[in-house]
Design a protein around this ligand. Sequence first.
Ligand SMILES: Cc1cc2nc3c(=O)[nH]c(=O)nc-3n(C[C@H](O)[C@H](O)[C@H](O)COP(=O)(O)OP(=O)(O)OC[C@H]3O[C@@H](n4cnc5c(N)ncnc54)[C@H](O)[C@@H]3O)c2cc1C
Length: 373
Amino acid sequence: MLRFDQLSYWEREQYIVGNTFVIVGAGLIGMSTALSLRERFPTEKILILERGYLPTGASTKNAGFACFGSPTEIQDDLCHMPEDKVWETIELRLKGLEQLQKRVPAAAMRYQNCGSWDLISASEKDLDPEFIPFLNEQFQKRFGYAHVYQKDTTYESKFGFQGFQVAYFNAFEGALDTGLLIHQLHQQCSAQGIQFLFATEVIKWESSDDDVLIATTHGELSAQHLFLCTNGFAQTYFQNELRPARAQVLLTKPMKHRIKGTFHSDKGYYYFRDIGNRILLGGGRHLDFETETTTTFDKNERIRAALLNKLSTEILPGQAFEIDQEWSGIMCVGPEKKPIIRSLNKNVHAGVRMGGMGVAIGTAVGAALSKLV
Ligand SMILES: Cc1cc2nc3c(=O)[nH]c(=O)nc-3n(C[C@H](O)[C@H](O)[C@H](O)COP(=O)(O)OP(=O)(O)OC[C@H]3O[C@@H](n4cnc5c(N)ncnc54)[C@H](O)[C@@H]3O)c2cc1C
């Protein structure tokens, strides 16, 4: 690979020299930040540096749920986070989803307003009867969303599931095509004159009064502002505030099934949906938190076995299926779920810790990050 000092005059002028904003990471947050910066600064040079030949974290690997919180997950969050932070995080997800739908037309990312179901296993404790009315009241009062959650008694006959005792339906969540979404953002960036260097890893940076010197695998460049949008790979800068969290996914071969929509269970630790005639199932990280605190894209056989068991006993009971593809991606979690949107100094800024909901939250995080300069 050529070093920057071997490039032509044209190449240097086009990509390396005179960048006002350099963004590290071409995932949802990096590209959303670039597009929001462009809205504020129509003529400044913006460059995105991405270490992979594709974005290599979570944004091209996720399940494509446009979601903001299932009742069991919100209940769990209310037990572990200060209440105001829980509502602030939900508000950011709702805003992010609204902004995403303004930025990318529904058809262009194959957005389906299919709703979601929170399924409670027979072995789990059901929600307190007061909790759903409480949630609905809070969503109405705080965000103006009416009747968000309701009990659904038809899910078993409709979808053929087994082993769940109750389901709560949310009409405001949906599903989209993850590949199309990232492609749309990439196209919009290109159309807005935002440039990319793929296969270029940022190794370190050094701030001075006027700019930031950025060392990459191919040489150095500078910018007036640097944005770190590296989510699960940002631990060096936020030791106690975040950690990587691997998430594993199985995809069946095309088959006949009755499932239509997005589904969560076990406080959001499992999630599944239809992709046409296939079923995508992911999650199970809570079965082995320690091993899954990693940035390596491997498989965890214990979690894989649990996912297969869930498919055969609860999701597709009595139905033959075959796994066609499987992959993992790296998310970012921390002691709380609210993203970190912060300046580290005058010219370095970070938008990280998406807590596994970057599809929803990403556009709002990018907008907030762009306002730090
Ligand atoms: C299996 C799975 C399922 C998920 N399902 C959903 C879902 O249904 N709905 C939802 O809302 N969210 C979901 N998520 C989470 C969502 O995908 C993430 O929150 C979101 O993609 C985070 O975007 P990001 O841009 O912050 O991070 P990433 O997409 O991880 O992007 C960070 C980028 O930074 C690059 N990078 C890192 N270090 C460097 C460096 N030093 N130099 C250059 N580049 C660097 C990486 O290669 C990467 O491309 C899921 C995640 C996974 C893994």
